[in-house]
Design a protein around this ligand. Sequence first.
Ligand SMILES: Nc1ncnc2c1ncn2[C@@H]1O[C@H](COP(=O)(O)OP(=O)(O)O)[C@@H](O)[C@H]1O
Ligand SMILES: [Mg+2]
Length: 435
Amino acid sequence: MSSNPDLKDMPGYLEPMSEAAEQQYAGDDEAMHIGSIPRITVQGFCLTEATMQVAEAAMEDRRMAKAHLKVEMGGIPGAIQTFEQAPTPNLIIVETSGQRDDLVSGLDRLAEFCDAGTKVIVIGDVNDVTLYRDLISRGVSEYLIAPVSVFQLIGSIGNLYNDPEAEPLGRTIAFFGVKGGCGSSTVAHNGAWALARGFQSEVAVADLDLPFGTAGLDYNQDPLQGVFDAVSAPERLDETYLDRILSKCNDHLSLLAAPATLERTYDHSEKTFELLLETMRSSTPHVVLDVPHAWNAWVKHTLESVDEVVLVAEPDLANLRNAKNTVDMLKQLRPNDRLPHLVLNKVNVPKRPEIKPEEFAGALGLKVQAAVPFEPQLFGTAANNGQMIGELDGKHAITGMFEDLAQSISGKVQPTKAARPSLSALLSKLKRKAG
Ligand SMILES: Nc1ncnc2c1ncn2[C@@H]1O[C@H](COP(=O)(O)OP(=O)(O)O)[C@@H](O)[C@H]1O
Ligand SMILES: [Mg+2]
């Protein structure tokens, strides 16, 4: 077929599809039914150029626009090497080649480094039902047989995350100050930032302090829309609308800012934020709520319904009384949940008599998650610049405290800083010694 040269010069002319591409897209009715993939992180480790190309094409697909997909070569060994020292994403895709035993032992090793909640899709070249069943029973979410098409790949990711029966993707974490001004918002914003940076996981922050919230200031964002728009018209609130009004602070962090205006009053009902939280958690792995210091039906209901609560307090008597009441109330509201995390903030104010963090926590039956010192210069500069402490001084001890806080609210296991020998490496050493 000779192509018409005039046509080619026309703007908007599209090259005819290559045969391979045509095959890939042709007749893929399935593609029509794949919804957009939520805000997950995916890391792929391919073995063949062909799979690599498919993964790269998937990355460009509109349905993957919200997801973060990184692909490289390396297969299972590559994945193990990477995750020995780094937290795992929501989904790992590994390409494998060859027979059952190698595959299974490789996956077992990889599993040692997987955080709870990480899913695995395997692409392999062995078409064998027993192998398939074996992998699924070991917790692999899907086994695809190479060569895979772009839509097979996106479709199987979609099946994992768009299933209405599946557990919601996101964890909700509420930060609550037991006394006004104790620094709950500051701790929430820095904690969320550390979570997004350290764990390469998507985090969405909602500032629920509609009249006075400072998340926009702290993240240096001035969006036109935000949390008020999300809750004022529940009939149009869905993932698509949410995507439009979330403002992107950086690669992994987005924000629903408070209007922070006083023209109207904000008299929320008990369930005002319920739909918003459900919508946020269905598309984002971590949802951080900056809850204002107040006690009313919606605050109580929000603290009751989230996955994790972080209490922030200053080390004095009034804070202790309020913290005690809050902890007692939370135990009553959520008897089967983990106890709240406790952050003591503004510790060591010069000349101020203070309760020691350990005593404060002990009186509540909690452990001290962090005791953040009073550092007015550092926090004042950060607030004035619209920066996080980690941006101002990545090496500061307080930056490390927010990283540790992020770690414990992430639901992930401790990422190993130094390369740790794998269990099987240790076992083989033992065997060698014994032998
Ligand atoms: N550890 C700290 N040292 C000094 N100042 C702090 C510290 N933590 C917070 N601040 C400052 O305290 C003020 C109140 O913080 P904010 O986070 O708005 O409190 P809350 O949300 O509990 O009302 C802000 O000016 C903030 O910069
Ligand atoms: Mg606040």
